[in-house]
Ligand binder design. Sequence first.
Ligand code: GSH
Length: 206
Amino acid sequence: MLKIWGRTTSSNVQKVLWCCAELGLEYERVDLGGPFGGNQDPEYLELNPNGLVPTVKDGELIMWESNTICRYLCSTRNGDRLYPKDPSARTHVERWMDWQLSSLGPPMGTLLFGLIRTRPEQRDHAAIEAARRKALTAWTIADDALEGHAYLAGEELSLAEITLGTLVYRWHAFPIERPVLKNLKNWFERLRERPAFKKHIEIPIT
Ligand SMILES: N[C@@H](CCC(=O)N[C@@H](CS)C(=O)NCC(=O)O)C(=O)O
């Protein structure tokens, strides 16, 4: 049985939980990080020297980095539909996974910390606005890519969605100015129809 360390409110844990749900996998999960703490304990740092969540154990194998974990789960548990074997199909999925880490993750992280984890009187409004603009530029790229397509990497749900799902939910939930991006909104609504998205992603943001 897989073992997952990480609180369910972490966007990176949520990717793994959604991936497990789409693949029909069972797991044992331990609350860790955030209000639960424990992520700087020596025993945990032995597993994951970053002191971050998630960490996953499969037999003797210990994994960290959520996108890597999702790729591993698909590769070992019949997940070709989420993570295709064909190299050209795969690259369409992987570029969005890398793009999540490099382009969209940083400004969305600034919005999370600025708007949700910082008291109103202590907010850095200039940094929040700069992050909002950067995120909007990135989301516009996704909106353009979704023109005429149901999903980012083709006509089926893939790891591209699983790694971006929490962020599109947060983008629509944050109290910010948000020009309408029609394709993005339709894609978000499509994801919202999935029971696993409702269960693991659409939960209070903390
Ligand atoms: N690149 C890592 C980032 C992991 C990460 O930043 N995790 C955050 C939660 S989203 C964390 O552990 N924060 C400390 C905490 O929750 O206490 C991944 O994708 O797994």
